[in-house]
Design a protein around this ligand. Sequence first.
Ligand code: G3P
Length: 225
Amino acid sequence: MAVETPVIVINYKAYPESIGPAALELSKLADALAREKRASVVVCPPVSDLFCVQAEVGIPVWGQAADAVEPGGRTGHVTCEMLVNAGAEGLLVNHSERRLQLADMEWLVARARRLKLDTCVCTNNVAVSRAAAALGPDFVAVEPPELIGGDVSVTTADPEVVRRSVEEVRRVDPKVRVLCGAGVKNGKDVSKAIELGAQGVLLASGVVKAKDKRATLLDLIAGLK
Ligand code: G3P
């Protein structure tokens, strides 16, 4: 399913608040609100929950990572083929908490494309955003690692990294859409990201750790307008 933009991509990471039954509950809430508000939302549950989440929602479900390996004798690995069979429609690549070598990023983007999985390559600055765009992913998500999990949104702390990543990615491959993330918490951060040229946000703790997930998601979705 082609992801509509602007989009909110929610990375569940490995937080206790977003694994197992909690992952399913959050995904159903995101799905219901995305439908109610006709908004584009993607969820990235842990791989252990991916199959059961995608069976219960209509919004795209992505993997948080994959290994650049062929199927076969690969104990403990997660292949792109496994994500496809679990019902995923895309995956994050090179998240700063799962950094890859450039050759692995290229391998994964090419294999995902062949398997019709969307790819969102995560980057930490403008130069890496520019390089990632050359791999031809569907999305580049720029996230300064030092801001991840913090209380200040990248759109406030470092708007230039967003604006310049959008500019550089567009120069390399205008088909690649840019998201930004790190510290994104509310609708204001989302609309600022869009003002800076991004086509959405990638976030985690702002939703997963929210006291009122419904109110938080509604506020974030309002920022897409
Ligand atoms: O993948 C998104 C994530 O790295 C951002 O984390 O908690 O700052 O929204 P957070």
